[in-house]
Design a protein around this ligand. Structure first.
Ligand SMILES: Cc1ncc(COP(=O)(O)O)c(C=O)c1O
Length: 291
């Protein structure tokens, strides 16, 4: 069976291309400078429940990176996404959408009239069977991020801090790395947002700490409030982790995964996934239509 990508090269309308013959320019600024954005969108039974939120964040990121505009309307991207899912017969999985500023002459300065490149790929994916029972073990990364960097609020292709952090985690046999900012406050995981549960209250680092406004984070906060759990977005330290009853991390793919240990230290009661995390996960799955 053929595998297809959806591509919009140099700003042209998105079209399906067989994966084995798709190419992009060696002058593409996404390749040369990490000059672009991406989104990872969960697919559930061929549907994309939070696609609109992802596309909205893509538009906001493009404005932060000073793209004059994206050459594709958001409804055009949504239609292309669904065509791609159908072409690849993906039922449960994800779509990775990548937009770069496109090819340009050498130099950091962005061209005033870029011709962006779009590549979308759709893949079948399911969480590992023991993901929610085993949870994630995390390390505290040595990488510190600046809360003032415009990049921490953008899902940019310049993800090297996250690459270093996740690689450090893997080298220590762990699944995730938590990053502190230069003021010493917790921000997020390399590919997730962080939640701590204490006395039935949810605490999560405020956006001002320097982190991606995750789609999973927003859904978890909305759901927790609807379930009656008080939620606080604030300034958390490593001490808050050690004092937690439970902790979990969120992203659009895995939804909510219990954090069972950090730097080898069990979180909560013996590092076992807790009941509040389970309630949030169940609610997120329900909202997405996952049985
Ligand atoms: C740095 C970072 N923080 C948080 C998240 C979670 O974002 P979302 O819930 O939108 O997937 C991600 C997702 O990949 C991420 O890369």
């Amino acid at each position: 069976m053929s595998a297809y990508l959806m591509v919009g090269i140099e700003g042209a309308a998105p079209r399906l291309v067989e994966r084995s013959v798709a190419t992009i320019s060696a002058q593409d600024r996404g390749f040369l400078y990490g000059d672009g954005l991406f989104e990872t969108i969960r697919v559930v039974q061929g549907r994309t429940p939070y696609l609109a939120s992802h596309l909205e964040r893509l538009g906001a990121g493009a404005a932060t990176l000073l793209f004059p505009r994206l050459p594709w309307r958001l409804d055009e991207l949504a239609a292309a996404c669904h065509d791609l899912i159908r072409a690849n017969h993906v039922t449960d999985g994800y779509v990775r959408l990548t937009v770069s500023r496109g090819p340009a002459a050498r130099g950091y300065e962005a061209p005033p009239d870029p011709t962006p490149t779009l590549v979308m790929q759709a893949s079948e994916w399911r969480p590992a069977p023991d993901l929610y029972t085993a949870g994630y073990r995390a390390v505290l990364s040595s990488v510190r991020v600046s809360a003032h960097s415009p990049l921490c609020r953008v899902k940019s292709l310049s993800a090297l801090e996250k690459v270093i952090a996740r690689t450090q985690a893997a080298q220590q046999g762990c699944n995730e790395a938590l990053l502190l900012n230069t003021d010493g406050y917790l921000t997020e995981g390399a590919a997730t947002n962080l939640f701590v549960v204490r006395e039935q209250r949810l605490l999560t680092p405020a956006l001002a700490c320097g982190l991606l406004p995750g789609i999973g984070r927003r859904q978890a906060l909305q759901l927790a409030r609807a379930l009656g759990y008080p939620c606080e977005e604030g300034f958390l330290t490593v001490e808050d982790l050690w004092r937690a009853d439970e902790a979990f991390v969120t992203n659009a793919l895995v939804l909510a995964v219990p954090l069972t240990a950090v730097d080898g230290r069990p979180i909560g009661h013996g590092g076992r996934p807790g009941p509040v995390t389970a309630a949030i996960l169940a609610g997120l799955r329900r909202a997405m239509g996952i049985e």
